[in-house]
Design a protein around this ligand. Structure first.
Ligand code: HEM
Length: 500
């Protein structure tokens, strides 16, 4: 009679291998399992993903190679080395595109600027750049943001003060920035921000769709594709949400086209329609689809990035009263007269707010709204760190980690210190974009950087001059796991009227 059956022997071998690997790797955070590669460690740390990647990068000289399960072809290079980032984004720009994986994950962005490479990207970039520079567009943008602050934000905060409401400031900023970006891009305000905080279907659908895009990053491709094909789970929700957003965007395109003969409008859709983009001299086959893609890309670009920065800003500033006092002092100094309302700060006044600008840079360094970016190599290459790259390799650079690199920012890199951005002469210290990476670097640098600083300074000065924001004690502050670095549990605050 056999002492052990075949099942017991297989089980014993598996247990032996598992214990062997556990012992081998127990002191390293990056266990490499047989068959599953590093995926189990990643999944185990997914709730803390950006800090986990940051600690791996710090322990491994700034660059690591991730190997996924056998046969899944999940191999990626993670880096926070600024020389590698300069190489990928600028020096060898032509060799690093968005790649097939990005294309598949972000299919919903169509041929818009974020998802396109080469000729199509160049066309999108030149077109948008020319619109963003137009004076009419800039005036429209400033007026839209100003009007929204008066008609919704201050009205809501007044209401919250009177009723003594506890407020989720992140939710308020997401509503505000969604209203703003819809008005700027589509010429339509969905009014997500009003005192009764309504549930607006397209805003909810937009947020949920973004969460699915992150899920696709941490799920083996075959699995999410299978879910998509079967229309189950996360992918089923995703299709439903995309339909809601598309319906809203296509209906706005249609009504804009119907109104074309009426009064002149300066929202992005109206300007695009006037530029006759479908005239055969450009790469556009389907005008409506192009307008939809451009709109969706800009809604994604300009909504959560700003709401995320504002949320981290108010948390950091309210936990650093010295910084808040300095910002307030600076705003008051730049008011034409003490009795004047904040709105008279105007463009010129906003440009004088150096300390506020420095504080925003410091927030963006520590909490970049886009925490990771990925590129794919066309041909094989060698990175400045010495790592060999085969063609079609995904390279992920962690913007979150780059803000925490001691070699770039010094020993106090984890401290929140707006002063590090101010020169002896009192101006802003310009840090090259491959080091201060929040707006990306090289030819694909963010096109909305100036718009963002303007919008954020307006919103912040209006709030700080009129209200005192107090973060609710013991409220957990943890980054969310999504493509945008929000706060997982929002930012709960109490708000009081400020007398100046
Ligand atoms: C705090 C605010 C913002 C931050 C931190 C930010 C950051 C970024 C980053 C990291 C990228 C590179 C994305 C990639 O290549 O995958 C990017 C690209 C871009 N951003 Fe922003 N963004 C902000 C606000 C805005 C706003 C308000 C707009 C427009 C209304 C905008 C328009 C764009 C566009 C069009 C691109 C694509 C550039 C290209 O690929 O050539 N961004 N932004």
């Amino acid at each position: 009679m056999d002492v052990f059956g075949i099942e017991e022997i297989i089980l014993a071998v598996i247990l032996f291998i598992a214990i062997h690997y556990w012992r081998l790797n127990r002191n390293t955070p990056m266990t490499i399992w047989p068959i599953m590669g590093m995926l189990p460690s990643f999944i185990h740390n997914v709730s803390n993903f950006y800090d986990y990647i940051n600690s791996l990068l710090q322990q491994n000289g700034g660059t690591i190679i991730f190997e996924g399960p056998w046969l899944t072809n999940m191999k990626m290079v993670f880096t926070s080395d600024c020389m590698n980032v300069q190489h990928i984004t600028s020096t060898k720009f032509e060799n690093y595109g968005k790649g097939k994986d990005f294309e598949e994950i972000f299919e919903v962005l169509g041929d818009g600027i974020f998802r396109s490479d080469f000729h199509m990207w160049k066309y999108n970039r030149t077109l948008l750049h020319s619109i963003f520079k137009q004076e009419n567009f800039q005036v429209f943008l400033h007026k839209t943001i100003e009007k929204k602050i008066f008609s919704s934000l201050l009205v809501f905060l007044d209401h919250a003060c009177k009723k003594g409401l506890q407020v989720d400031l992140q939710d308020i900023f997401q509503r505000l920035t969604f209203d703003n970006i819809c008005s700027i891009v589509l010429g339509f305000d969905p009014i997500c921000l009003s005192i009764d905080l309504p549930q607006i279907a397209c805003e909810k659908a937009f947020t949920q769709a973004e969460n699915t895009l992150f899920y696709r990053h941490v799920t083996p491709k075959f699995l999410w594709k299978l879910q998509k094909w079967l229309q189950i789970g996360e992918e089923k929700k995703f299709s439903k949400n995309v339909k809601i957003v598309d319906k809203m965007v296509y209906s706005k395109i249609k009504s804009k086209k119907d109104q074309m003969q009426g009064e002149q409008q300066f929202d992005l859709l109206s300007i695009l329609l006037k530029q006759s983009i479908g005239d055969g001299k450009n790469p556009i086959d389907d005008e409506n689809k192009f307008l939809r893609d451009t709109s969706i890309n800009l809604l994604a670009a300009g909504r959560d990035t700003i709401s995320s920065t504002l949320t981290w800003f108010f948390w950091l500033v309210s936990t650093h009263p010295f910084v808040e006092a300095k910002i307030l002092e600076e705003i008051k100094e730049n008011l034409p007269s003490r009795k004047d309302n904040w709105k008279y700060l105007g463009m010129e006044g906003l440009n004088k707010l150096i300390y506020l600008h420095a504080t925003l840079c410091e927030v963006l360094r520590l909490y970049p709204p886009v925490p990771i970016e990925h590129k794919s190599s066309l041909k094989c290459d060698v990175l400045p760190s010495g790592h060999k790259i085969k063609s079609n390799t995904m390279i992920v650079y962690s913007l979150y980690s780059m803000g925490r690199v001691e070699k770039i920012w010094g020993k106090d890199c984890l401290e929140f210190k707006p002063e590090r951005w101010i020169s002896k002469k009192g101006g802003i210290i310009q840090v090259p974009s491959y080091k201060f990476i929040a707006f990306n670097a090289g030819p694909r640098t963010c096109l909305g950087k100036d718009i963002s600083f303007f919008e954020m300074k307006m919103i912040i000065s209006s709030i700080l001059l009129n209200y005192q924001i107090q973060v609710v004690e013991d409220h957990p502050i943890i980054p969310s796991i999504s493509v945008v670095l929000d706060m997982r549990y929002g930012l709960k605050i109490n708000v009081k009227k400020r007398s100046i």
